[in-house]
Write a protein that binds this ligand. Structure first.
Ligand code: SAM
Ligand code: SF4
Length: 349
C-alpha cells in the first residue's frame, strides 16, 4: 500500500477562522469548492483527454489526509458546498474514507452539501455508500444513448454499465442529474432523445458547451456546438419556459412543457455568468484555481508540505481568492492552442 492509498487518521481540529468569509476583489463570496481527487480515469472522453494521457506521479498527488485537511480549511473559511470531481472521483482509492470525514462537516452543520460528478461506471458499487454518507444528489455524465457512439466518445466505455449505475443511484435514493456535452458532429441530432430519456425518469439534464481545455487529439472547432442553436432547435418543437432557478452555478434552466422536466444550459462559450461566480477549484495536487478558464494558480501543497499550519493554508487561500479573475476568456479557433493548457480532468469539471 502506498501512502497515497493508505487510510488516514482523523486530523487535529482546526483553529477556527470562521467569520473570515472568502470574498474576492470584486466582492464575490466564495462558498463552493470543487475538489478534484484524482487526475486518473477509466474512460478517455475525446473532448476531455488525449488518447494517451500522461498521468501525474503519485508523489505529486495529495494523500487523502492532505485532501481532507485542505477541504477542512476551506470549510472553516466559509465554503458551504463541496463537489468531488476528477478525473473520475470514484476511481480514487479510499474515496469513501475521504467522504466519511467530509460528511462529519454535514453532521456538524458546517457544510450544506457534498456532491459528486461521476462518469457512472462505478456507481453500481458505490451508490448505497454515497447515500449513507449523506450525499443527496449527484451528476452523471452521459453524452449519448447509442452504445457504439458511447464506446467511441469515451474510447472504450460501456453504456449499459453507466445506465445500470444511474439506476443503482436512483434506487439508493440519490437524485441524479445527467450532464451531456453538446457535440456538433456526434450527438446534436440525439439531444432531444437524451432529454426525453432523462425526463422520463424524472432526471434533470444539463447540456454543456465544449471548452478549449488542454490538448486533445481532435480539432475542437469541428465539434463545437453553440447551445443557442440547440435552444433554437428545441424551441421549434417544444415549449420552453425560462426558470428563475439560480443554483449559484453557470447553468441557466428551462422547463419543458411537453416532458415536465428541466434542462440546464452551461454556455461558457456563448454567454458566461462569471459576475455571479461563487466557486473555486482545487486540483488533486493541491493547486487552487479560482477560475476554470484562466491560468491563475496558488500552490497550497507547497504550504502543506512545507510544514505550514492551517492558518498559513488559510492565508494562502485568502490571498489566491482575493485576485480571482473577473471571468474567463474561452475561444475556440481552428488550429489555435487551447485557451487553458490544463485538461478538464486536471482541474475537475
Ligand atoms: N469523470 C467525471 C465525469 O465525467 O463526470 C468527472 C470529471 S469530468 C472532467 C466533469 C465534466 O466535465 C463531465 O461532465 C465532462 O463531460 C465535462 N468535460 C470534460 N471535458 C470538457 C470540455 N473540454 N468541455 C466541456 N466539458 C467537458
Ligand atoms: Fe474521464 Fe470524466 Fe474526462 Fe470522461 S470527462 S475522460 S469520464 S474525467
Amino acid at each position: 500500500m502506498t501512502p497515497y492509498d493508505a487510510p488516514f487518521a482523523q486530523p487535529a481540529p482546526l483553529r477556527s477562522t470562521a467569520g473570515s468569509a472568502l470574498t474576492d476583489g470584486l466582492g464575490r463570496k466564495v462558498t463552493y469548492l470543487r475538489l478534484s481527487v484524482t487526475d486518473r480515469c477509466d474512460l478517455r472522453c475525446v473532448y476531455c483527454m488525449a488518447e494517451h494521457m500522461r498521468f501525474l506521479p503519485k508523489a505529486e498527488v495529495l494523500t487523502l489526509e492532505e485532501l481532507n485537511r485542505l477541504a477542512s480549511v476551506f470549510i472553516d473559511l466559509g465554503v458551504r458546498k463541496v463537489r468531488l470531481t476528477g478525473g473520475e472521483p470514484l476511481m480514487r482509492k479510499g474515496i469513501l474514507d475521504l467522504l466519511e470525514y467530509l460528511s462529519g462537516h454535514l453532521a456538524s452543520g458546517a457544510l450544506d452539501e457534498i456532491t459528486l460528478t461521476t462518469n457512472g461506471t462505478q456507481l453500481a458499487k458505490f451508490a448505497p455508500d454515497l447515500a449513507r454518507l449523506g450525499l443527496k444528489r449527484i451528476n452523471v455524465s452521459m453524452d449519448t444513448l447509442k452504445p457504439d457512439l458511447f464506446r467511441r466518445l469515451t474510447r472504450g466505455g460501456d453504456l449499459t454499465v453507466v445506465q445500470a449505475g444511474i439506476e443503482a443511484a436512483r434506487a439508493a435514493g440519490l437524485a441524479v442529474k445527467i450532464n451531456a456535452v453538446a457535440l456538433a458532429r456526434d450527438n446534436r441530432a440525439e439531444i432531444p432523445a437524451l432529454i426525453q430519456w432523462s425526463h422520463a425518469r424524472g432526471l434533470d439534464i444539463t447540456l454543456i458547451e465544449t471548452m478549449p481545455m488542454g490538448e486533445i487529439d481532435e480539432d475542437r472547432t469541428d465539434q463545437f456546438l453553440s447551445l443557442a442553436e440547440v435552444r433554437r432547435d428545441l424551441d421549434s418543437f417544444w415549449t420552453l419556459r425560462d426558470l428563475p432557478l439560480n443554483t449559484g452555478g453557470p447553468a441557466r434552466y428551462v422547463a419543458v412543457a411537453q416532458t415536465g422536466g428541466r434542462i440546464g444550459f452551461i454556455t461558457p462559450m456563448t454567454h458566461n455568468f462569471c459576475e455571479g461566480c461563487n466557486r473555486v477549484r482545487l486540483t488533486c495536487t493541491g493547486t487552487l484555481h479560482t477560475c476554470l478558464g484562466q491560468e491563475d494558480a496558488t500552490d497550497l501543497r507547497a504550504v502543506l508540505r512545507g510544514g505550514g499550519s492551517d492558518a498559513d493554508v488559510a492565508a494562502a487561500i485568502a490571498t489566491g481568492i482575493a485576485t480571482k479573475p473577473k471571468g474567463h476568456d474561452f475561444r475556440i479557433d481552428r488550429g489555435a492552442a487551447p485557451s487553458v493548457s490544463r485538461h478538464m480532468s486536471t482541474t475537475g469539471g
